[in-house]
Design a binder for this molecule. Structure first.
Ligand code: CDP
Length: 786
């Protein structure tokens, strides 16, 4: 017989995803499914140049086509003070270019027409005169004194330098390096990549000219924040703005920013009094919306001869594109890059970061990582692996020697983060056991003796998620707290309204499980609503694995508040005092008389039909959660590869991933998240990259050039778990959505470098295409054939 817990299926149960019913049946509702009466279609004209002055725009021919309703230019937007908009970093970005274009694919004009084909045809009849300027495609060139200044629109901006930022203790770090026995250095580049969600960005803006009500259907990961930004940018009264984000076909950070298309479609609907739909095509998505990464990093580690790590020095140069749009809290210039000390007890660290404008699309989004942790994690894990070789130590032993010990938590890192909890040795030991690490090393030696290239790569990452405590975390000044509203109906069924926005993570299931755990109402009886700003509490949205740590915590807290009231109602029904009532799995019983029971459903009914005198009717509440700290999930990944020295082709023989995200709400969903993240990490390590030619043309503008791993290339993943609950989280959960993408690229690259180290290969920048691997082998003179 099933136990009560299994029946209720709260935390730890593999409840099947409630949302999949509609997805599997093709009954989801995405932006392009929305069709409103009288709806117009918008297409955007984009710059073919990366850097040019606009000397004239003639839209008269386009305007004359039957079916074209309006052509919008930057000049028209400027008349409404909408030619520029704020970015997530508080910079400004052109909505439609007025003076110059600053990246290939930048928005120059828009056509609004009765149908999409007419709108697209009309784009070709708009004549724009450009006067090209030298395009700048690297941050190094951008910072040369004679480089043309890209942001001529910004008063006082006389170079392409955006920021200089420092973290840690420089003097202590210098001292550590001067006393070091060994110093290991690595220069590496984390290439620009793209989140590339299956559904591109888009919106349907519907402004009722009679009431002024603006309803904007939008593929947004952060609908509430977008509403506020719209109110501030467009000057619309916030109570009249309703952002509806229906089903979203993946976000991965790409759908956090406000894009020019949203603003133009909204302005057009306002001016024309008709709904306007804008949906990007794939190329538009890849060339103009939020990129990720693009960090040039230099790292140095100081160590003693016995392998004790004593200091870390890092400098990085970020390529921010033409508008500084990093998704980041305003306090941290490059997000959480100072998590760079990773899982190690490093007494001293110093990080500097500089950002530069270039003629590329803006971005820096939290692509399956919280604010640049991926780059930081990659750097330290590559450095540690190289340090082990320099010292002649096994990379696993070097890690085990330097991990923060379990009893050191809460641990304050050299750059000031307080890690909440961890047991890095346990995760590493489990990964080593699962992959049979020590035996593998022996096998590797034998394989090497036969001339075969086998590599074993490790990465032990610490992620930092759940932004965040209000004193430190905000986006554009909006504090990063989130809410949950819970209503229990008289029949004991519930509606949970959350401020975060699912894009495939399964919130409709896991958040219902949190309510089930706290109140004993079955997940099936808890409907989870999100993505409608009129009908959900305020919050900063879903990205950077913050949903569970913040809104998930709010859900547990509001359920507990409701449980307290339900207990008072139960005491009234049981005719005992409140202190005599105890709660377990949806049942209130009398202490010492377990047969006297009131279920949560009975209490809910009584909340509307038979509540005590003086009590407010109803059973509902709202809670806004301000996390006391971030949560720090972690894990160890181990990858085994074989490299063909004649072709550079490398194959993953095994991939073991041990993750610790504290208490798992739904292990099946967590495993799905990890699989997705590992797949993305593999893609970045092996094939994904957005590059530019010397003219600033984007290479990677479609899925033939921008390679995503398919089921064919993706290796098989073997998962393992340890459980170290977050001490401050109401249910002990840490976020997990991003961890695998953060942790895995270094493991794949370390594996290939491990295979090639004896040949003299010391470094290859991602993506590790077979051509690059082959070239590295040749350059090291280690080829086994001619
Ligand atoms: O913010 P986002 O939803 O992308 O990331 P998350 O909070 O890490 O959660 C991803 C999915 O995994 C959600 O459905 C979570 O509720 C679920 N999860 C879980 O079941 N147990 C955890 N300890 C962490 C997340």
């Amino acid at each position: 017989m099933a136990t009560e817990t299994e029946e209720i299926r709260g935390l730890g149960h593999r409840v099947k995803r409630k949302e999949d019913d509609r997805f599997i049946r093709g009954r989801g509702t995405y932006i392009d499914d929305i069709k409103l009466p009288g709806m117009l279609h918008m297409a955007i004209l984009r710059s073919p140049y990366a850097h040019a002055t606009i000397t004239g725009i003639d839209a008269s021919k386009a305007q004359a086509i039957p079916g074209v309703v309006a052509v919008v230019t930057g000049e028209l937007m400027a008349q409404h003070k909408l030619a520029w908009m704020p970015t997530l970093s508080g910079d400004t970005q052109a909505v439609l270019a007025t003076d110059r274009v600053r990246f290939q694919g930048q928005e120059v004009a828009a056509v609004i027409a009765e149908d999409l084909y007419t709108a697209k045809d009309a784009l070709e009849l708009i004549t724009v005169e450009y006067d090209p300027i030298e395009p700048i495609v690297t941050p190094q060139r951008a910072l040369e004194p004679n480089a043309p200044v890209i942001r001529t629109d910004k008063e006082g901006q006389d170079s392409n330098h955006i920021y200089h930022w420092e973290s840690g203790d420089k003097e202590a770090t210098d001292r550590a390096f001067s006393g070091a026995d060994v110093v290991v250095a690595l220069d590496t580049f984390y290439p620009r990549s793209h989140p590339a969600p299956v559904e591109t960005c888009g919106c349907v803006a519907d402004i009722n000219p009679a009431t002024g009500q603006a309803t904007i259907y939008m593929t947004s990961q952060a609908p509430h924040a977008i509403r506020t930004v719209f109110a501030l940018v467009a000057g619309l009264p916030e109570e009249n703005i309703r952002i509806v984000s229906p089903d979203i076909g993946g976000g991965f950070g790409n759908k956090v920013p406000v894009y020019p298309g949203y603003i133009v479609a909204t302005a057009a609907s306002l001016l024309l009094g008709r709904p306007v739909k804008w949906i990007e095509d794939r190329t538009e998505n890849l060339i103009s919306t939020g990129f990720a990464r693009d960090f040039h990093m230099h790292g140095e580690m100081a160590l003693k001869d016995d392998g004790t790590m004593t200091g870390l020095r890092v400098s990085l140069l970020a390529d921010e594109g033409a508008f500084h749009a990093d998704a980041q809290p305003s306090k941290f210039k490059v997000g959480l890059f100072h998590i760079v000390t990773g899982s190690y007890d490093l007494p001293a660290a110093h990080v500097t970061a500089d950002g530069a404008y270039t003629n590329k699309a803006p971005g820096g989004v939290a692509y399956r990582c919280s604010f640049r942790v991926t780059e930081a994690s990659y750097l330290i894990e590559r450095l540690v692996q190289n340090a082990a070789y320099e010292l002649g130590m096994d990379p696993a032993d070097l890690r085990l020697k330097n991990f923060i010990e379990k009893d050191q938590f809460p641990y304050t890192s050299a750059t000031g983060f307080v890690y909440d909890s961890g047991d890095y040795h346990a995760a590493m030991n489990l990964a080593m056991e699962k992959v049979s690490y020590r035996e593998l090393r022996k096998e590797q030696e034998e394989a090497r003796a036969r001339g075969e290239l086998v590599g074993i790569g490790l990465a032990s990452f610490t992620e930092v998620v759940g932004a965040g405590p209000h004193k430190d975390y905000d986006i554009l000044g909006l504090k990063m707290n989130d809410g949950a509203e819970l209503r229990i109906h008289p029949t004991g069924k519930a509606i949970l309204k959350i401020s975060v926005q699912t894009q495939g993570q399964g919130h409709e299931t896991t958040f219902a499980q949190i309510v089930a755990e706290e109140l004993g109402i079955q997940p099936e009886d808890v409907k989870v609503m999100h993505g409608d700003t009129d009908n959900t509490p305020y919050g900063l949205g879903t990205y950077a694995s913050r949903s569970t740590p913040v809104s998930g915590a709010a859900t547990a807290m509001v359920a507990r508040r409701i449980r307290e009231k339900a207990a008072r109602i139960a005491a009234h029904l049981l005719e005992v005092s409140e202190e005599d009532v105890e709660f377990s799995k949806g049942r209130f019983s009398v202490k010492g008389a377990p047969d006297k029971v009131v279920t949560i459903q009975d209490a809910a009914f009584a909340a509307y039909t038979n509540f005590p005198d003086g009590m407010e009717a109803g059973l509902e509440g709202v809670y806004y959660y301000d996390p006391p700290n971030l949560t720090f999930p972690f894990g160890t990944y181990a990858v085994v590869v074989e490299v063909d020295p004649d072709t550079g082709v490398w194959k993953v023989r095994r991939m073991v991933a041990v993750d610790d995200c504290g208490v798992r709400i739904n292990p099946m969903i967590v495993e799905g998240q990890i699989h997705g993240g590992l797949c993305e990490g593999f893609g970045i390590a092996a094939m994904e990259q957005i590059t530019f030619d010397e003219n600033g043309n984007c290479i990677g503008a479609n899925f033939t050039d921008y390679l995503l791993p398919t089921a064919w290339e993706t290796p098989r993943f073997e998962l393992g778990e340890t459980v170290t609950p977050s001490p401050h989280h109401p249910i002990g959960a840490k976020g997990v959505g991003e961890s695998a993408t953060v942790g895995s690229p270094a493991a794949f690259v370390n594996a290939v470098i491990d295979a090639l180290w004896p040949l003299g290969v010391r470094n290859i920048d991602m993506p590790l295409t077979s051509a690059k691997v082959w070239e590295a082998i040749q350059a090291a003179g280690g080829s086994t054939s001619t």
